[in-house]
Each structure stands twice: as structure tokens, then as C-alpha cells.
Design a binder for this molecule. Structure first.
Ligand SMILES: O=C(O)CCC(=O)C(=O)O
Length: 254
């Protein structure tokens, strides 16, 4: 490693200040083109592959099926088991160095999920705070997400949106609907929210966001897919009742 690289921080002080102020920060081009191309190849036929031969390690939520139309994945949990490229990405220094800058050196994998938002058919993700799903026992809202844009994400194909600064409000009461994905959401579902901002990304960009900032995304009204993968990381030991794989720091192998 050159001395220049060794002294370049994973996040600049401006980026850290932005994460602190807004609850999210975008890193352009964090996933290198070769790895991105591998991931794009691995997800290219995923709807068909999982519909005909589902991977037992993955937990899939499907878009509402329509007669005569192929099955479409909305969300696929444990994506690192299905796509080797995503497994490599989430363990790579590019991502882990930034997570370390945000939550410290002891890092565990909370989960990794593919969000397929298919062209024309991908549906809304209602406004929510992730911690509304993840609050358990004595755990704390320390998780940080890294959402990788696999395709360019735009207003038209349903890029993620945030309400900056809302992580400072603490956990807000959510409504709950059983048996659907993204069934925990803020009152109003996806009604326009004051202060919401779009977060368009190029393929290979990654947005890092905490577990309390309000976010959601519109349906995909465009002919272009908006595939993305969110890796949630947590601090090792925050949640002793639930095993999490240590990726770095205490308890990690590599
Ligand atoms: O835009 C989406 O697909 C939803 C993303 C999301 O809620 C998440 O990654 O936590």
C-alpha cells in the first residue's frame, strides 16, 4: 500500500459530518467496475432462476403475482449466499473501512438483501426506519446499511429517498401489516413527506445510512430495472442473543 493510500481516510471529515447531520452519505464508484460487472451478471437472470429453482438459503419475497406474468422478486434475503460477487463486496476493505469509520473496528454482518425493483413492475417501499424492524431486547440502533446501486438509480426507476436529519428524532411509532414484505411502515405509507430528498446513484455507487433515518422509494415506472443490494452491518456483541458473523475485529477470522 502506498503511503498516500495508507493516509487517505475512508471517509473525509466532510463526509462524516454529512452522515452525522443527514443520516446518510453517498460514496461514488465504491464498487470497482470488474466486481460490479460480475454482480450484474449474477443477478441478470435471478427472477427466472429463483422461480424455477429457488435457493434454499435465500428467503424471497415476491412482487404480487399477476396472471400470465412471470414471477418477480421484490426482496431476496441472504443475497451473499446466492451471489458470490455480493459476498466479495460486503467483505471487501472498500466497504468495511467505511463501516469501521462509522461504527468502529468490531464489525458483524447483520444481513444482506437484494432489492430487485423490476422495470415497470417493481413496487413502492413505504417510508420506514429500519430499527422499527430490528429492535429486539436490549439491542441498540447501531446498525449501518451500505446500499450498492447495481443499476443506475433515478427518480423514474424508484431510487431510494431519505428525509435528512430524521435519525435525530429517535424511533417513531410504525404501523404493521402481517404477511407482506416491508409490512412495517410509517403512518401514511408512502404519502409525500416534507423534506424528503431523492438519492439518485450511478451503478457502483454506495449510500451508507443509519438505522433511524426515514427512507423509502417509489415504484419503478420506467423500462429500466433498479436493482440494488443493501448490506446491514452491526457492531459485534451488540446483540449477544442472536449470532452474527464477525467480519472484522474481535472474533473475526481474517
Ligand atoms: O429502495 C428500496 O429498495 C428500499 C431500500 C430499503 O428500505 C433498505 O435497504 O433498507
Amino acid at each position: 500500500m502506498s503511503s498516500l493510500l495508507a493516509t487517505t481516510p475512508a471517509l473525509t471529515s466532510e463526509e462524516l459530518a454529512q452522515f452525522e447531520r443527514d443520516g446518510f452519505v453517498v460514496k461514488k464508484g465504491l464498487c470497482k467496475p470488474g466486481l460490479l460487472a460480475q454482480i450484474q451478471g449474477e443477478v441478470a437472470d435471478l427472477h427466472e432462476r429463483m422461480a424455477t429453482n429457488p435457493d434454499p438459503q435465500a428467503h424471497i419475497s415476491w412482487e404480487k403475482s399477476e396472471p400470465g406474468k412471470p414471477k418477480l422478486i421484490k426482496q431476496l434475503m441472504h443475497s451473499e449466499k446466492v451471489c458470490p460477487g455480493l459476498n466479495e463486496f460486503l467483505r471487501g476493505d472498500a466497504c468495511l473501512d467505511i463501516i469501521e469509520a462509522l461504527i468502529g473496528p468490531d464489525i458483524s454482518l447483520f444481513h444482506s438483501k437484494l432489492l430487485m425493483k423490476a422495470a415497470l413492475d417493481g413496487t413502492v417501499t413505504p417510508w420506514h426506519q429500519d430499527y422499527a424492524y430490528w429492535k429486539k431486547g436490549e439491542n441498540r440502533p447501531v446498525q449501518v446499511n451500505a446500499m450498492l446501486a447495481i443499476d443506475p438509480a433515478t427518480k423514474e426507476n424508484g431510487c431510494i429517498q431519505f428525509v435528512p436529519g430524521t435519525h435525530k428524532q429517535g424511533l417513531i411509532k410504525h404501523d404493521r401489516q402481517q404477511g407482506v414484505s416491508f409490512g412495517v411502515f410509517l403512518p401514511g405509507y408512502f404519502q409525500a413527506r416534507e423534506g424528503a430528498v431523492l438519492c439518485p446513484m450511478d451503478a457502483g455507487d454506495v449510500v451508507f445510512f443509519g438505522s433511524l433515518v426515514i427512507h423509502g422509494s417509489d415504484g419503478n415506472k420506467s423500462p429500466l430495472h433498479r436493482r440494488a443490494n443493501t448490506v446491514a452491518y452491526t457492531t459485534t456483541g451488540d446483540d449477544p442473543a442472536h449470532f452474527r458473523e464477525a467480519l472484522r475485529g474481535r472474533g473475526a477470522n481474517g
